[in-house]
Design a protein around this ligand. Structure first.
Ligand code: T4K
Length: 367
């Protein structure tokens, strides 16, 4: 039987892409703030309902650049339940990550745990809207305001997510997106940094282009994190079909929920009223005792049947060699994250997943 992978990229029409490639070839302008780059920044601001957005070459460099732009130092409070890029961005800036536990329902940083982790060295909070589920932005930002901390959201999973019609990306000082092939919206590789004012946008644009503020003027020790024209053109085409893709993902999510709701020992996340979800991932959590099988037993059983779920986010970031000696990485500090990392399987989720494939996934799980 064919492999069903955890995701499959949304691809633009090849004919349309070919037309744009011909245009790029004729212009011979292939990177450094070209016209497709400018068009995509504008189109994404409109689609995402955000004031300013700067395109990047992936979703990791906006995290690293945001920390540079805000001159974050010392310690940053973050979540261990994420992709490793979140914490690596701190390490690359010489910042000490301080892990706090997560909420068992949303899988996001638990605001109740933040204040106890604040020290005189704390300068910022870096939460993640994990699986596209919104963090408790109000409580996180109230704490940040009280202690004078910056907030940078890793919103890699939260493309298009809105609360009561407002983009989730407007919260905090900055938010980052990933446009990797495995995301709801992709530009092959790519990413973006969302900021709230034009001065900051200008500074980000300097930083992602070596610090150049003019032909000969360098205003900061910047990096090269620019998106090229080919990916920007591809991104413009993919933007046209992303709503349709999210709608198709929703159908898959509803089908999974409907079939799994009565299975003992399996828990999944539900939609929140007032939130526009993007259905970027479909995690299920296995209670081994009730389900009669451990998470890994189910994971490998699925794998044997060519149904390739993924255990995002196992192992926890705090268990990796770079981080495990940190005091905050002690599993006793992170009981919920530790448990969920042992229980989770993300089921195949993408817009072109057929009902026959959905049924093959469910056949392995529903007993
Ligand atoms: N912050 C968060 C919270 C993130 O989740 C991520 C990335 C980042 C920051 C950093 O953003 P980027 O710098 O990556 O833009 C994947 C992705 O590489 C990574 O982007 C993503 N998070 C992470 C959660 O997942 P892998 O190692 O699981 O990917 P891989 O190559 O095993 O692919 C998974 C499946 O997707 C494959 O089995 C099949 C399918 N696939 C994948 C690719 C690359 C395709 O069908 N076609 C493809 O081209 O990390």
């Amino acid at each position: 039987m064919d492999k069903i992978t955890v995701t499959s990229p949304l691809l633009p029409d090849l004919g349309e892409f070919d037309e744009l490639l011909k245009d790029i070839w004729s212009k011979k302008w292939i990177t450094n703030n070209g016209t497709y780059h400018q068009q995509l920044e504008k189109a994404l601001c409109d689609y995402l309902k955000v004031p300013y957005l700067s395109l990047f070459t992936n979703g990791t460099l906006p995290l690293i650049t945001a920390l540079q732009a805000l001159r974050i130092t010392g310690e940053v409070i973050t979540t261990p339940y994420s992709f490793v890029a979140t914490t690596h961005s701190l390490w690359w800036n010489g910042i000490k990550p301080v892990f706090v536990d997560i909420n068992p329902v949303t899988c996001n940083m638990d605001p109740d745990k933040i204040e106890a982790a604040i020290t005189p060295k704390t300068t910022a909070i870096m939460p993640v809207h994990c699986y596209g589920m919104p963090c408790d932005v109000e409580r996180i930002e109230a704490i940040a305001d009280k202690y004078g901390l910056k907030v940078i959201y890793d919103a890699a999973h939260a493309f298009g997510v809105e609360i009561n019609g407002k983009s989730i990306l407007e919260n905090g000082d900055m938010s980052t997106l990933s446009f990797h092939a495995t995301k709801v919206y992709n530009t092959l590789e790519g990413g973006a940094l969302i900021v709230n004012d034009d001065k900051t946008k200008k500074r980000i644009d300097y930083l992602k282009n070596f610090g150049f503020a003019g032909e000969t003027e360098i205003v900061a020790p910047g990096i090269n994190a620019k998106m090229d024209e080919v990916r920007a053109a591809y991104g413009l085409l993919n933007l046209k079909q992303v709503d349709e893709a999210i709608a198709a993902r929703k159908v898959v999510a509803e089908c999974y929920r409907d079939s799994l709701k009565d299975v003992k020992g399996i828990r999944f996340m539900n939609d929140i009223s007032g939130v526009r979800h993007n259905y970027s991932y479909f995690p299920i959590f296995i209670n081994a005792e009730e389900y009669g099988m451990t998470r890994d037993e189910l994971y490998f059983k699925m794998k044997d049947a060519n149904v390739l779920g993924r255990r995002y986010f196992y192992p926890l970031i705090s268990t990796f060699s770079t981080y495990r000696s940190l005091e905050s990485a002690n599993p006793s500090n992170l009981p919920i994250a530790t448990r969920l990392a042992e229980e989770v399987i993300c089921l195949p989720m993408y817009s072109s997943l057929s009902m026959e494939q959905v049924n093959r996934v469910l056949f392995e799980i529903v007993k």
